[in-house]
Structure formats: structure tokens, C-alpha cells
Design a protein around this ligand. Sequence first.
Ligand code: SF4
Length: 222
Amino acid sequence: MPHSYVREARKRVGPKKQRIGPIIERLERAHPDATIALKFRNELELLVSVMLSAQTTDVNVNRVTTTLFEKYRRPEDYLAVPVEELERDIYATGFFRQKTKAIRGTMQTLLEQFDGVVPRTVDELVLLPGVARKTANVVAAELGEPQGVVVDTHVRRLSQRLGLTRQEDPVKIERDLMRLVPREAWGVFPHLLIWHGRRVCIARRPLCEQCVLTDLCPSSRV
Ligand code: SF4
């Protein structure tokens, strides 16, 4: 899109600081069911699910964890089986060798440094081997203590289309969103963008005519 159109569109919708409140309210009304799609029953299952979800779909992870979590209930259980057995059990989520290594390292550290209990802060979570900042952010947010804004492919695309950031790098996008989004919405905001991205603001073909944000979005096609 030529620069003049982009400038015009930005002018039409107004500054992002004024738009962010109505954007969140409307998305909450449009997607009242916007929550994490991974299935888990406790903190340990949440952590493992998020670790397994790298480079695959939540549906795929849920399929694997239905049986996985019956077999592995405590951190010790992941260390009690041969490496190859855990690799086989999570094989269908892809990158099974790296994921097995990360999960076993994490379980070891949980037992050695955290009494086998999943910590709640991002600073502690990133001490677990194989737990990157994004994973830590997701886990902390689900435990009710978001300390950042999770940026995945949907969050990145929608933040850019909505003119909430001009950045490409997820770390810089997160920084922009943390400045803009009220802290009490840090947890829900990524879920709202993810569900809106899956249902309406689809990557290849955004359904602008069905979108509740057309008057607030500089990329609207209607
Ligand atoms: S108006 Fe179109 S581009 Fe903007 S958020 Fe809605 S679907 Fe996406």
C-alpha cells in the first residue's frame, strides 16, 4: 500500500492510545470464549502443554497430552522412563528430541530448585531449561500473573494491521503492546487477537466485512 494511503488510513482511525480501549471491549464482546486452547488440569500439565506447543497446533498437542498426562503425573515420572520412551510418547508433536531434552531438563530443575512445584513468575520460569520467554509468558498469564504480552503469529499480524506497532521483531512488538495495553488486560489481550485472527482477521483473507473493528482499523478494506 502506498505511504500516502497508510497515512490517510491512520489519520482516519485516530491515535492508538484512544483506540486500544474500544478495541479490547469490542473483541471481548465478539469472542467471549477467547481463552487458551490447550487442555490441562494443573500447573505442571500447563507447562508441559505449552512446551509441546512450539511449532505445532494446539489441537495436535491436546491429542497427545490426553494419554501423556495419564502416564506422567509428577516431575519424577518424566525422568523415570528411558529418554526414547518419552520421545516416542511426544513424537506426534514434532521436534520430539529437542522437546524431550527440554522437558527432562525442566523436570530436573523443578525437582532440584523448586521442590517440584512450577514457579509463577517469568523470571523464575525462564530458569527452567527449554523454557523461553514466550513459554514463560504464557504460563505466567494462565496462572493469573501476566508479566508481559504473549506475541505469536496472530498477535504479531493483528497488532500490525491494527496499527498498534510498526515493529517486526516479537520482542519489540511485545514492548510496544506492554506500553499500550492496560496491565489488567495483558493476559486476555493475546487470546482476543488469536481468536479474532483465527475467525475473522485471517492471514491471507481478512473478513473485514464481518469485523467489529472496521472503524478502528487502518487496514480495513471496507
Ligand atoms: S478490519 Fe479487516 S484488517 Fe482490520 S482487524 Fe478487522 S478483519 Fe483485520
